[in-house]
Structures are given as C-alpha cells and as structure tokens.
Design a protein around this ligand. Sequence first.
Ligand code: PLP
Length: 414
Amino acid sequence: MTFAANQSFSAIRAELCMPEFVRRRMDAHYVTRVQQLLGGEHLHVWKPAEAGAVMLASNDYLNISNHPHLLAAQARSLLGSQSGMLMSSVFLQEGSSQHRLEAKFAAYMGAEDGVLAQSGWAANVGLLQTLAGPGVPVYLDMMAHASLWEGVQSAQAIGVPFLHNDPAHLERQVDKQGAGIIVVDALYSTNGSVAPLQRVVEIAERSGSILIVDESHSLGTHGPRGAGLVAQLGLTERVHFRTASLAKAFAGRAGFLTCSSQFKGYFLSASRPAIFSSCLLEHELAWFDAALDFISAADAQRAALRDVTTQVREGLRGLGYNIDDGSEQIVALEAGPEPKTLVLRKALERRGIYGAVFCAPATAKNRSLVRLTLNAGLSAQQIARLLDACADMRHEVDLEGWSSSKRQHRLTLV
Ligand SMILES: Cc1ncc(COP(=O)(O)O)c(C=O)c1O
C-alpha cells in the first residue's frame, strides 16, 4: 500500500469515531435530507455536461474568462520574473503593484481609495468586523449575501433583518433601534432584484447610519463603464462603502472595497482577513489589471448582456414562469420545496441546460430554486434551446405547483 493510501485509510477510520454532536448534524444532511426527502439524490450533483450543453451557472457575465488578451497578460506575469511575495498585504511596500491596482480600481469606481481582498467574502467580513462591534445594530436586507451576515457575527454586533427591498420596514427598524450600519446588495444574487438605493441612502442619511452596498453582481455590468449601480444613480459620494466580489464580471478570485485613504490605513491594521491571510499573487493582479481595462471599455458586451436578459426574461414570462421578483441577468426558477427543485434540475439537465441549485441556507427552506446566470456571449440558438426546454418541461416539473407560480396566482386574485 502506498503512503498516500495509508494516510487516507487512517483519516477515514478517525471519521468513524466522530462524536455524537457531529454525527447528529451529518445525519440531518445524509439521512433526513438526502435519503428521506430527496430519495437518495443530492440537489447539487449535476451529471457531467455533454458537448454543446448550455452552461448558465457561471457568473462570468461579460464572457471574458477565456479572452486571449487577458490570458496573455496573466501568462506574461506567470512566466515573468515577478513572482510576488507570499505574505499578508499588511507587509506590502509602498507603490507595490497591488497598491497601484487598488488606486486604479478606486478611480474606476469614483472613490478616493480602496482595498483589494482575497475574495468578496473576505472584503465583506473584514469590513463589517472593522466597523461594527457589540451593541451596534446592523440592518441587513433579508436577502443580503451570507458574507455580510458572517461579518456581523464575527463583529459580535446585533444583526437586524428587514424585509427584502422594503425601505419602509428598514425605516421602522432604524427608528426603533437607532443609528447603526445599513447593508444591502445592489443587485441580489438569488433572483436578480435591484435594491431601492435612492431610498436606502436617504434613510441612512436621515438616521446618521453608515451605508454599505455590495456591488458584486453589478460591478462591470451596470453603470458608466461598468462602475456599478451606485455610480449609475450618482450616489458615489453618499454611500460610505461599496464592496464587490471580483469573481463575477471580473472573472478572477478577489474582492474589493471602496473607502477613504484614512479608513484604508485603519482597515489594514484592524481587518482580520487582511492581517491574517496572504495577499493576492502577481499573476492574479495582472489578470485584474487587464480585465479592468477591458471591462471599462466593454459597452458592447454590457449591451449584449442587457439584450440577452430581455430576451430570456420575456420568453420565460410568456411561457408562464413567474420571474418577476427580479429584473436583471440573474433569473430564478423557484420551484419551492427541495424535491420539486430536484425534479426541475433533472428536467433541465436532460435537455442540456445547466444552472445552479440554490437551497437552504442560501434560500428559505421551501423557496429553493435553480438559478440561471446569463452572459453576454449567449447565442440566439442557445437562448432558443433554453426557452424550448422551458416550454417543453412545464408539465413534467409541475410548474403550476411551484411556490413562485402560487404567489403569482395569489397576486392576480387580489
Ligand atoms: C453578493 C455577494 N457578495 C459576496 C460574495 C462573496 O464573493 P467571493 O465568491 O468572491 O468570496 C458573493 C459570492 O457569491 C456574492 O454573491
């Protein structure tokens, strides 16, 4: 037996003796959820896609991940002499390539300064941790990304949820609990809905609260040169912090947050992900540098994405799918209970359409869905294939019985 095989054998044996408090949780997953609820199948396990399948799971909205200029820029960096330093960004020297790229991203977004993080998750957790603390109310839209909730937990602050895209409810919560930190996504990752940013800004200003807007799904795709929805609405000077995952339109692995230069100095000595986790590598910076040039000039790709979005949304609406929770390039087919979403996933898969399953904890328990992420590179044939599949499978997936269809039905009765 090889050394590696030996190692894995002893690891498995150790797992057999897992204490009861973990075993119970694993049973809730494997026994209650997978075996009893889903008949032994796993919601996330798609079959390998055949050639020609329509892939709608990636967040590469502008379809740039295989762009030869960007790959060449990254390859030059990888093969060049600059290997970068394996260390925390706290130790970067003044004028380093990361600092130069941070200034370039900040200028693009119309901000004084900014910080590159290892991921959108690290940017959000680090930011909330440096702003909030015990006793500070943090008002989060119920659909705000999990990384923002995680930041509240790690700051030991008080998370106060408000109803999705409901500024009146936010206002009531703020009036009750006082000034704090308001947190929204500009464009929500589950269903493609857009935050009422103007109203949220007014509530933040009136109450003296800090405002954080996560632009992960709108940076690159929305606003002037792709600078995001806050920029599009002329609100850059009224939003304290904007954060973004660069694993969406920017098609790499990093995160960014805008801030003042003074805040940046504080952040770098207070944010635990910034201090205790290694910084980005040179070839990753080279990718983002080239991607930023490309994306700021990519009006044609942004227009193509809008066009694809309109075609798909109108087509699905015409077929009787309730997709009216959202309006942008993320489209939720919300079947509801997990067994229904499993049937939906398999029906799509059989027709060569691949999306992403979202279920608890990413959605409420009985509002699971398949998310279709559109991109600027989708051809007319691919859109037709998607719509044909959705037309064909309506009976098979029991569209009438979906939670989203029932909601629509109730609304039309009112
Ligand atoms: C709105 C939002 N914020 C933050 C993140 C985290 O980003 P990353 O994947 O770069 O950690 C995501 C990723 O799913 C997201 O959708």
